[in-house]
Design a protein around this ligand. Sequence first.
Ligand SMILES: [Zn+2]
Length: 105
Amino acid sequence: MTKKGYPKKRAVEVAMQHIENLFVQASHIAGQDENLATRYVVAARKIAMKFKLRLPSRLKRRFCNHCYRYLIPGKSLRVRVHQHRLIYYCLHCKHFWRKPLRKSG
Ligand SMILES: [Zn+2]
């Protein structure tokens, strides 16, 4: 039985690879051209949505969930620890989100 609309396993692997590559490129260019880095993030998200993939948390925390800007800690992203939680604060759109602080990270 074939499920219509569901991508093949191989296609998903390629898509995931593509997403990883986009984030690597984004991290390389972020210091010089933040807008371009953001475009890589948007492209990566589009691929993820197309293939119904969830971005791994290590990639997710690299951009703002609100304005999709690629975030550079200390430059466009402020990270604070407050009541055993990490507070991420996007300096572009003033959006912030919390993350519980655990030993395993
Ligand atoms: Zn933002």
